[in-house]
Structures are given as C-alpha cells and as structure tokens.
Write a protein that binds this ligand. Structure first.
Ligand code: ATP
Length: 133
C-alpha cells in the first residue's frame, strides 16, 4: 500500500501546492482533521488556521483562510479563500495586520465591523503561526 498521498491546495488565485505527502492535519470547522494515505472519502469545511503536513520526514505549514477539504482516491484537495506556504509569508505584513485588527477590536468604535476585524485577526494569527519554523 502506498505510504504517501497527494495533497493539493488551491485558491481562486491558483494552485499553491501539489505534493505527495505522508500526513496532513487540517483546521476543520469542528476541530483538527488528520489524514493518512488511503483515508475514506470525506468533504468537510475548514476554518482559518494552519494546515500542517509531513513530507520526506520533514514538517511544513500552510496558512489557510476558510474553505473546504475533499478526500477521495488517495488525494486530499483543499479549496481555500487564501493560502500561503510558511516560507512565502511576509511576517511583518502579518504582524501589522494583527496589530491593526487588535486595535480596531479594542477601540470598540461604533462603526467597527467586529466580525470583519475578528476574521482579519484570525488570518493574521494563522499567518504568523505558519511562518514560524
Ligand atoms: P492584509 O491586511 O495584510 O492585506 P488580509 O488578511 O486582509 O491582510 P487577504 O485579503 O486575506 O489579506 O489576502 C490578500 C492576498 O494577500 C492573498 O493573495 C493572500 O494570500 C496575500 N497575503 C495576505 N497577507 C499575506 C502575508 N502576510 N504574506 C504573504 N501573502 C499574504
């Protein structure tokens, strides 16, 4: 039996990753979802967070903002609004986005769109976490 399966990460901007991997941990809507080769077919929603995967004995991370994961035929496909490989993340930009969102949330101004600021904060935190080695 194969000890790898194909992981694809796709956004409206294009394909971010297509690689044969050993293990994937996805931030599912109801908690983390782990996949090994030959997993049963599944479709699930994903949260903004960090996808982790193992390849050639090493561990890697991708920051995701919400979407879906589909597993079928020894292939896991992630469709996300945005996705960045850890090494591609502009950490200063993510920290600036986090600071901006936190400031908006702490000011509690009437015109603040709280949900929007919370989502921005979540995206920034996911990027900061995925950028860490
Ligand atoms: P910002 O306020 O910094 O733009 P954002 O959360 O509003 O952050 P998004 O709308 O989620 O940004 O993403 C817009 C585009 O920029 C996407 O293509 C996304 O992959 C990319 N992107 C956002 N933040 C970063 C980052 N820190 N490093 C690399 N790419 C990023």
């Amino acid at each position: 039996m194969a000890n790898t399966f194909e992981l694809r990460v796709v956004t409206p901007e294009g394909e971010v990753l297509q690689e044969d991997v050993e293990f994937v941990l996805v931030p599912g809507e109801d908690g983390e979802l782990g996949f090994l080769p030959n997993h049963a077919p599944l479709i699930a929603g994903i949260n903004t967070g960090v996808l982790r995967y193992n390849v050639n004995g090493g561990k890697k991370k991708i920051a995701l903002s919400g979407g879906f994961v589909e597993v079928a035929d020894n292939q896991a496909t992630i469709l996300a609004d945005t996705a960045e490989k850890g090494e591609m993340i502009d950490l200063d930009r993510a920290i600036a986005a986090k600071d901006r969102a936190e400031k908006r949330l702490s000011l509690k101004a009437e015109e603040t769109d709280i949900k929007r600021a919370e989502f921005a904060l979540r995206r920034a935190l996911a990027r900061i976490s995925a950028a860490e080695k």
